[in-house]
Structure formats: structure tokens, C-alpha cells
Design a protein around this ligand. Structure first.
Ligand SMILES: [Zn+2]
Ligand SMILES: [Zn+2]
Length: 275
């Protein structure tokens, strides 16, 4: 398994690598800039070179990036859409500079215009982003959402629709276990994990799975609440995560924890390995 967690870049990008090694991770997830601000200073060439060097020298096997929380590639408003596309293009450039091959992003919200319209806008935006980053070897992983509010892409059908409209090998999927469960996909035991992943295989395909977020869920099955809980302490529970750890096809997919109180990452990674 490629287990790890989301770690901070405060004080410099290379600190994330040290943090990853301290929690005994195989992989880490980082933001490439402040996720709550539109503007970011360009990364100095020296800092990115140092980061790539530190990664090569580390025990980490992969690094994935998580996009800004502000972008909405499904927005019906021209200004927000333009800013979002610009920000994603910029972040992909930062990933390329840092040597990060996978960029995970939230699909965003249709803001009242309906799921199908949102998916159409999403696909158009992604195509725009891809054409503006042509030649960059960074893949995009659209993250499944819990289904809160007007957020789009909380089911495999919607994601398959966007993937189909975009039609690019650079676009894949990130599955978040909390979001899946809150969206109504059961993961509580071996049988339900097999059923959910089987459905993913049929509707989207394992080839498209670029990353996984490992989070237990505070909310019930189908609650549509995006509330992460520590592994084994939520409504999914240990049995569900044990089944996921043994699910064939997940062994090579980077899996990052985003559970509350990040100080427990080391124990949670150890627990997942034991399961
Ligand atoms: Zn996310
Ligand atoms: Zn979440």
C-alpha cells in the first residue's frame, strides 16, 4: 500500500517531506500554496530544485497535490470561472515545477443551475485547463464529493459523464472514503467495499483511479455531510478500512489521510498497515 497523509508546507516545501518521513508515510499530499487565497507568489527555482532533490533522497514513493478550496470549475459566473481556470492552470504549473505528478481538485458547485449544467461547465473548464497546460506531465484527479449543497460530482455517473465529455487520459479520479460513504456508497465491510468498488470499476474503471483520501465519516451513510473522522472512530469503522486495505487494485494508488488532529497520523498509518 502507498499510505500517507496531508502535510503542511509551512516554513518551506521541504518541511512537508520531513513531516512525511516523521509519520512513516509512503506518500504525502500537499497544497502548493495557501489554499484559501487566490494569489500566490511564484515558487523560486531554488526552492523547487531543493524540494525535488529532497524528495529523491527521501523514503517517500510519491507526492500528490491538493488544489485550492476557492476554485469552482463548474461556476455559472463568468468572473469566478475565469479566476478558477486561471488558478488551476497556475497550480498545475507549480506541480510541474515541484515534480508532482498528480493534482487533486474539487469539482465545485453549480450554484443553483442544476447538476447537468454544472457537469457541462466542469468539462468545458477542464478541457480549457488541459489545452493551456498541454505538454505538462501532471494528471488531474477529480475528487468525488459528499453531495453537500449544490456541489456536483457526488456519484460515479456524474463523474463518468464529465470524464466522457473531457475525453483525456490526463483526467482521472480521487476517491475520498468519507465523501463516498456520505454520498451513499457503503464501505462498512468486505461485501460493501467489493460492491462499491465493483460499481466504480464498471462505471469509471480502476485505470482512472489516481488517488484515495482515507477518512472515516462522522455522518451516516447517505447523510451528504462532509465531516471527516479518525480511522475506525466513525461510521465506516475498522472493518471497512480493513477491507479497503485488502482490496486488490488499490495497492499502487497513493492514499492520504485527512483526518482530524493531524498529530495522530503516525498512529493511524500504523493502524492501517496492521489492518
Ligand atoms: Zn479534497
Ligand atoms: Zn472532505
Amino acid at each position: 500500500m502507498l499510505l500517507g497523509a496531508h502535510v503542511g508546507i509551512g516554513g518551506g516545501f521541504t518541511n512537508a517531506i520531513t513531516a512525511g518521513e516523521e509519520i512513516d508515510a509512503d506518500i504525502i499530499q500537499v497544497f502548493t500554496r495557501n489554499q484559501m487565497q487566490w494569489k500566490a507568489k511564484p515558487i523560486e527555482e531554488e526552492a523547487s530544485a531543493e524540494f525535488r532533490k529532497a524528495f529523491r533522497a527521501s523514503s517517500l514513493k510519491a507526492i500528490v497535490a491538493h488544489g485550492s478550496y476557492l476554485t469552482n470549475l463548474a461556476s455559472p459566473e463568468k468572473k469566478t470561472l475565469g479566476m478558477s481556470i486561471g488558478a488551476v492552470v497556475e497550480e498545475l504549473g507549480r506541480c510541474a515545477q515541484l515534480g508532482i505528478g498528480i493534482y487533486i481538485f474539487h469539482p465545485g458547485s453549480h450554484v443553483g443551475k442544476g447538476d447537468r449544467k454544472g457537469e457541462l461547465t466542469e468539462a468545458e473548464s477542464i478541457k480549457n485547463v488541459l489545452s493551456r497546460t498541454d505538454g505538462m506531465h501532471v494528471k488531474l484527479a477529480l475528487e468525488i464529493m459528499a453531495g453537500q449543497g449544490n456541489v456536483i460530482c457526488h456519484d460515479f455517473g456524474a463523474i463518468a459523464n464529465v470524464l466522457g465529455m473531457v475525453g483525456s487520459e490526463r483526467l482521472g479520479v480521487c476517491l475520498d472514503t468519507c465523501h463516498l460513504f456520505a454520498a451513499g456508497y457503503d464501505l462498512r465491510d468486505g461485501e460493501s467495499v467489493s460492491a462499491t468498488m465493483g460499481q466504480f470499476k464498471r462505471e469509471i474503471g480502476m485505470r482512472r483511479l489516481l488517488a484515495v483520501h482515507l477518512n472515516d465519516s462522522k455522518g451516516d451513510l447517505g447523510s451528504r455531510k462532509d465531516r471527516h473522522e479518525n480511522i475506525g472512530k466513525g461510521k465506516i469503522g475498522r472493518e471497512g478500512f480493513s477491507a479497503l486495505m485488502h482490496y486488490p487494485g488499490l495497492a499502487r494508488v497513493p492514499m492520504a489521510l485527512e483526518t482530524p488532529g493531524g498529530t495522530k497520523y503516525r498512529q493511524e498509518i500504523a493502524l492501517l498497515r496492521k489492518l
